[in-house]
Each structure stands twice: as C-alpha cells, then as structure tokens.
Design a protein around this ligand. Structure first.
Ligand code: SF4
Length: 395
C-alpha cells in the first residue's frame, strides 16, 4: 500500500476523485441512470485532468461538481469496498487546510462550481467528521466559498457534529448501504445499522424540524439523502423500497440512491455477481413513484420473490393491471389520478389542469403540445369520453 507516495496535491486530488466512480460512500458515479448524469469535463477541469460531474440543484439548475474523498485510508473492512483496510491499494489523503485551498483554486478558475466531499474512516467516525467539518469551515469562513457543498456524515458522528455539518452544507448524507441491520451485516459487519447510521439521518430531520432554518449557512437547512448498494446483500427490491418509503415519509429524505453492486477484485465479494443496470433503473422508477406520484408500496408490481419485473416500467405494469379496462378521463380526472397514467408526470398533470380550464382536450396532438408522451398514455385514457387511438407497437 502506498500512501501519498510521489504525489503532489493535484495528483492526490486526481487520484481521489477518480475513485469516486467506485465510490462506497457517496452519490452514484457517472453511470447513474436515474437522472441521465454522465461525467463531463469542463475545459479547466480537463486541463487539470479532473473528472467533473453534472449535478442537479434543488432549483433544477445543473452545476459542475467535484466529487472527492478527503482521504482513502480506512480502518474498516466493509466487504464490498475498494478502500477496505488491508487491501493493497494506493491511498492518498489531505489535511483540511491543504484541501480547502486547492479546491478554492479550482473553484476560482472555473473548473468546478460545487463540491461533494466524503472520506474513508481513519481514527473513528468522530475524528473523521471533525476533519470534514474543518474543511467546510475553512472553505466557508476563511476562504469565503459560497458555492454548493455536499458534506458526508460519518458513521458514528456525534449529534453536535451533525448539526455543525448542517450549518455549513447545502446537502448532507449518510449511506445506509443496506435496507436493514441483517442485510448490512453481509456488506459491512462492523457497522451498526441503527446506532451508527440510521440515527444520524433521524437527527438531521429532528434538527430541521426543531431549529430555525436561519441557522443554516444561507438561511436554509440542507436536504438529506442516502444510498444503498443495490444487490450487494442479496436483498430484494421490496426490502430496498420499503426502507426508501420509510425514509421519504418519516425522515423527509430528498432522495434515495441505488448504487448497483459491482464486484471489486481482492475483496470478499469479488465473486458476487454485479447488479444489472436494468434492475437499478427499475428501482429508481419505483422510488420516484413512491416519492412523487403518490404510489404506496403495496401498489408496486412485485413478483413472488419480492423483486420488480425488470422487463417493464413499474408504472406501466400498474396501469396495465388497473387502467386498461377502466381508463381515466383526461378532462375530469384529479391531479392524483392523472399522475397514475404512464407518460404523465407532475409537470404534465399541472399543464392538463391548466389547459382544460380553457378548452376540452379531445385528441392526442393536444396532449403532445402539453409535453405528454401521448403514445404511452393512449391505452389508459379517455379524451372527452372516447378511447384514444392506440398505435400498434411494431416490436
Ligand atoms: S468505512 Fe467501509 S465503505 Fe467506508 S471507506 Fe471504509 S471500508 Fe469503505
């Protein structure tokens, strides 16, 4: 194992940020199918040899985000992770001051507009969290950084640290990795699901509910997210989505990510099969149905083993069972009913409500003008009392 050997600060940053495609502790890498994110390079970033990720902000704006670790030296031995202790792997590390100054140079040069920073664990969760908080404090207060900051909460961090991180960041996250204590023990036997992980997400929500948002660095509390390693613990989609529903409804998470498991050589799970990208896509689709479309878990089309059918979009599967014989009248349906129709999302449902105040919607072309994927909706709707014409599928 090499540690910072022969690497200057920029080399270390390149090395650490390149590892985020394998990333155990953060948002998905460039393969994230859920929001079409693909790693891109800005000219400044390319000049420095850095990978920069497009990231969607809460207001819909996309920014260029540098994703990195403060350190890849880890004392834990999670069974799937490239950074696990004892694995022969080049490690690199920054001090908070060193990292903050380097990042600010990149920010000022236009290479990156925001930062996502995590760390492997060294010296315990509390010490590692201190390092991340110190980095954020230097950026915000010493160097005047006003850009987007996603700060990771470490397993075992103290409540006061969680609160401090929330005062500095635009988003905080802690990865549950698995949907239950039993499943987590298969991935990370030395992590405790409730004590080290879930409790921190609970604290984030408690702090948001009980303290004024003015305590946040820009007058707002940060949003919170988590990530599961989908397929790594042989868990079912039902288990993952049950946990997701709880996190959305009870702890007000903004988003749940599903990183498809990929075996890493020289780890105990190196022979475990990778998760097919299509499973990951179905999980995201179902997760959005729970979060944004008013679906309940019991309405999702799980198969006998608790997985979603990979061959079909879950919303389409629900509509085939429920709307084929009882189509929805577009001119009278409520918002919540419109959202049940394939091809109609929240924005399109709003556009329908607006448009039908002015005129009756009678054909698919008028739906297309409202941004609706009319061919997908057609089998499940009535337009002014009539079935919409359905194009037979060629394949
Ligand atoms: S704590 Fe576990 S998942 Fe996180 S970096 Fe260390 S070995 Fe990897």
């Amino acid at each position: 194992m090499f540690y910072n050997k022969g690497m200057d600060a920029l080399d270390r940053l390149k090395w650490l940020s390149s590892q985020m495609t394998l990333e155990p502790d953060g948002e998905p890498g460039p393969f994230d199918v859920s929001d079409g994110a693909l790693a891109c390079s800005r000219s400044e970033a390319r000049r420095h040899g850095l990978i920069i990720y497009p990231a969607a902000m809460p207001n819909g704006r996309r920014i260029h985000l540098l994703k990195t670790l403060l350190s890849s030296a880890c004392e834990r031995d999670c069974r799937y992770c490239p950074f696990r202790a004892g694995r022969d792997f080049r490690r690199a590390s920054f001090t908070p001051e060193e990292f903050a100054r380097l990042f600010l140079r990149l920010y000022e040069s236009g290479a990156a507009e925001g930062l996502f920073i995590s760390s492997a664990l060294a010296g315990g969760g509390i010490r590692t969290q201190d390092q991340l908080i110190e980095t954020a404090e230097i950026l915000r207060f010493k160097l005047g950084f006003k850009g987007y900051l996603h700060l990771k909460i470490m397993p075992g961090a103290e409540k006061a640290q969680v609160e401090r991180a929330m005062q500095l960041a635009d988003r905080v996250s802690i990865n549950l990795e698995a949907p239950s204590a039993m499943r987590l023990s298969r991935l990370a036997p030395r992590k405790t699901f409730f004590n080290e992980l879930l409790t921190r997400l609970r604290w984030v929500d408690e702090i948001r509910q009980s303290q004024p948002p003015q305590r946040g660095w820009n007058g707002r509390w940060p949003s919170s997210t988590t990530q599961f390693v989908a397929g790594g613990a042989d868990e079912s989609d039902l288990e993952l989505l049950q946990a997701s529903e709880f996190l959305y409804r009870q702890l007000n998470l903004k988003r749940v990510y599903y990183m498809g498991f990929r075996p890493i050589p020289d780890t105990p799970l190196e022979n475990h099969p990778p998760t097919p990208p299509l499973r990951q896509l179905r999980l995201y689709q179902a997760s959005f149905l729970l979060r944004d479309y008013g679906f309940g878990l019991e309405e999702l089309p799980f198969e006998a083993g608790g997985n979603l059918p990979v061959g079909q979009d879950p919303k389409q599967a629900w509509a085939e069972r429920n709307l084929s014989e009882q189509p929805i009248e577009i001119n009278r349906a409520e918002w919540s009913q419109l959202l049940r129709v394939p091809g109609i999302g929240p924005r399109a449902a709003g556009a329908i409500l607006q448009a039908r105040r002015i005129h009756v919607l009678r054909d698919l072309s008028s739906l297309k003008k409202l941004g609706i994927v009319a061919e997908r909706a057609a089998p499940y709707i009535l337009l002014d009392g009539r079935r919409a014409p359905v194009q037979p599928a060629l394949f």
